[in-house]
Design a protein around this ligand. Structure first.
Ligand SMILES: [Zn+2]
Length: 268
């Protein structure tokens, strides 16, 4: 048990709300911020163990989620009229989302300090890389200080737009049988409500847009009303995705990337 923490989003003291057994071993206290609605564990000292024992073999939904996310991103990027930009997937894992985005014709790159890039080799940011939009799928619930994480990312990559997923909750605070706590895995340490993400966006000088309970945008781009309507309505989004899918068919980078990789191999 550590001292009472301060909320990383609103800089105010947090109150203990419950405790749970993490990784089957550690009694961990969870704290809540009344001001912004953020819920987090006490300072996580078990992460080395949590990541060492990560059982990714059981993640049968990995590929399906990436395909779904790439389709959703295509719609959002077209809706925001930034489709010709450069994109960077933070915590991009095996690089699967980046490969899928490139197959849809988006100039996408990946970075992940903790995972080997298998599917998008060479499409990693160099020291001077700047992006138009960042992605962070299933990242923010692993982050101890989301404000610092996003401040650093926006500064490093020269943009203030991020499309991300994290499953939000609404009050009352979910009981300890909420699957997303993932006590047994120990990797989820921070939990958000939509209003938490709104506070986070304001601290960054941005606006927050909720697409679903799971998908969110924080951006300094002024999204036109019509685009906001299409993106936030599941039915309109589906219709728009048909148009986007047809439009992007001819733009795929699959073959160009193949030639580029062959050229690199040849030049050693
Ligand atoms: Zn707070």
């Amino acid at each position: 048990m550590t001292g009472q923490p301060t909320c990383p989003v609103s800089d105010t003291p947090m109150e203990p709300v419950f405790s749970a057994t993490v990784l089957g071993t550690y009694a961990v206290t969870y704290y809540y911020c009344e001001i912004c609605g953020l819920l987090k564990t006490e300072k996580p000292y078990w992460l080395d163990e949590a990541y060492r024992e990560a059982a990714t073999d059981t993640d049968t939904g990995l590929v399906a989620r990436n395909i779904g996310n790439s389709a959703l991103l295509a719609v959002i990027l077209e809706g925001l009229s930034v489709e010709k930009g450069k994109f960077l997937d933070l915590g991009g894992g095996y690089g699967l989302l980046t490969r899928l985005m490139r197959d849809r014709g988006f100039d996408c790159y990946t970075t992940d300090r903790y995972c080997q890039n298998l599917f998008a080799k060479t499409f990693e940011p160099d020291a001077h890389f700047s992006a138009d939009v960042l992605f962070a799928f299933e990242v923010l619930e692993h982050i101890e200080d989301p404000l610092r994480f996003l401040t650093d990312a926006f500064e490093r990559y020269g943009c203030k737009t991020i499309i991300f997923s994290t499953l939000t909750f609404s009050l009352p605070i979910p009981s300890t049988d909420w699957w997303y706590y993932s006590f047994e895995g120990g990797q989820h340490i921070t939990f958000y409500q939509p209003r938490t993400l709104g506070c986070l966006a304001r601290r960054l000088g941005c606006n927050y847009h909720m697409l679903t309970a799971d998908h969110h945008i924080i951006t300094d781009i002024d999204i036109p009303g019509i685009a906001r309507l299409v993106l936030s309505n599941a039915h309109l989004r589906r219709l728009y995705s048909i148009y986007v899918g047809r439009k992007r068919n001819a733009l795929s980078k699959t073959w160009d990337d193949h030639l580029r990789m062959k050229e690199r191999l040849r030049s050693g």
